[in-house]
Design a protein around this ligand. Structure first.
Ligand SMILES: Nc1ncnc2c1ncn2[C@@H]1O[C@H](COP(=O)(O)OP(=O)(O)OP(=O)(O)O)[C@@H](O)[C@H]1O
Ligand SMILES: [Mg+2]
Length: 254
């Protein structure tokens, strides 16, 4: 895809002798909603960590908004407009919701950017629960609220691409409905999203395109609705074809 917002080529990530990512090519176009699905330990988080500069890449290249970012420190990648809501949420439990959100805008605050307050306000509009909890310690929030905070904190930097790792971890279906509804809304408003998700049915229902990762390699990729009907995906990741609700959500997509 020419004009991709994100283009990962031949990415390899290793931890000592463990090859976690073994030559991954992955693209996200402007305004696209893309998911990466795969089993435990397949290498999904390692792809995202390399993307935002948390884990070094052993080999390969990562182009973002036309610029090579492979090997750049994370604060520079963040400034270019790529934000990650990490697996496990990575929030500061002793700090308040407000303080966590302002940490998401640290670089801009330092640069004297006055729009930060408006951007915090925007994230509170997306997640009204966080407004109610604004002065509470993050550690006192429910799991769903903590996930909202992790996403909101990533959004405060007004990224061009939001990467989200395992939204669903430990959350009840009703909370997931809310979180995925916000992600879909953000995407409709033009935000590109790269979603790593273990619950394949959720990912396939909301995204445009999906990559399947197995043992550090992409083994399948294509439009999410095509993959949702692929017998290999159904057998390995869905157990059964998507139910009516998920299918109609998928069919409602452009
Ligand atoms: N910091 C680390 N040190 C050593 N090995 C690691 C480290 N992080 C990940 N690994 C290994 O790298 C491989 C890929 O892990 P990764 O976390 O990227 O997978 P994942 O697809 O995100 O899994 P999960 O679904 O459990 O989150 C696994 O074999 C894992 O054990
Ligand atoms: Mg992971």
């Amino acid at each position: 895809m020419s004009g991709a917002l994100l283009a990962i080529r031949g990415l390899e990530v290793a931890y000592g002798h463990i090859a976690a990512v073994r030559g991954v090519d992955l693209e996200v176009g402007p305004g696209e909603f893309v998911s990466v699905i795969g089993a435990n330990g397949a290498g999904k988080s390692s792809i995202l960590k390399a993307l935002v500069g948390v884990t070094p890449l052993a080999r390969g290249s990562i182009a973002f908004a036309g610029q090579e970012i492979g090997g750049l420190p994370s604060h520079r990648i963040s400034r270019l407009g790529l934000a990650l809501a990490p697996e496990g949420r990575g929030i500061f439990r002793a700090q308040t919701v407000e303080e966590n959100l302002l940490l998401g805008a640290y670089a801009r605050l330092r640069a004297g950017d006055r729009a930060v307050a408006a951007d915090v306000e925007w994230t509170l509009g997306l997640f009204p629960r966080l407004r109610e909890r604004f002065r509470h310690s993050a550690g006192l929030l429910s799991g769903g609220e903590q996930q909202m905070l992790a996403i909101a904190r990533a959004l405060v930097s007004r990224p061009k691409l939001l990467a989200v790792d395992e939204v669903s971890l430990g959350l009840a279906p009703a909370i997931l409905d809310q979180l995925f509804a916000v992600l879909s809304q953000l995407n409709r408003e033009g935000l590109a999203i790269l979603l790593v998700e273990q619950i394949a049915s959720r990912a396939l229902a909301v995204t445009n395109r999906t990559y399947v990762v197995e043992q550090g390699r992409i083994t399948l990729s294509g439009p999410s609705r095509t993959l949702a009907a692929d017998p290999r995906v159904i057998e390995a990741y869905l157990g059964a074809p998507l139910d009516d609700g998920a299918r109609s959500a998928q069919e409602a997509r452009p």
